[in-house]
Design a protein. Structure first.
Length: 132
């Protein structure tokens, strides 16, 4: 039995869309302090962390258990993610309280696809969509 929420985070330049898959609660937030730099989707870690924490509080409410989070960068991913970019995304989710993190690069996911990737036990924490 899964105790925590499953959260799907789509990351755009200076904004995030956060969806709680379990209760279908979602929100889109723009950052007051830009977190995207000219070269990096997450160039200012602190600003991104503040925005993600704010969004998680909204979509999760007062839940006790840490969530499983699927991080999905949408923009500035030409050529794939570098190891550093992967690490930034994972660390961002962990520092905001995630118990499990998966980074997805590919098409936008529906709720069932998010659940499948989060619950997949193949020990991959960065998964790329070969279709696109």
């Amino acid at each position: 039995m899964q105790l925590g929420n499953t959260i799907y985070v789509r990351i755009y330049e200076n904004r995030v869309h956060i969806r709680n898959i379990d209760d279908r609660n979602d929100i889109e937030l723009s950052s007051e302090s830009p977190f995207t730099s000219e070269r990096l989707l997450i160039g200012n870690f602190s600003a991104a962390q503040t925005l993600l924490k704010k969004g998680l509080k909204i979509v999760m409410g007062k839940k006790f258990y840490p969530p499983a989070i699927l991080m999905h960068p949408i923009e500035k991913i030409d050529g794939g993610l570098s190891q550093v970019e992967e690490r930034v995304l994972k660390d961002l989710a962990i520092i905001t309280g995630a118990r499990n993190v998966v980074v997805w690069v590919g098409h936008e996911l529906d709720d069932d696809e998010v659940l499948k990737l989060i619950r997949n036990d193949n020990d991959q924490d960065v998964i790329c969509d070969n279709k696109g």
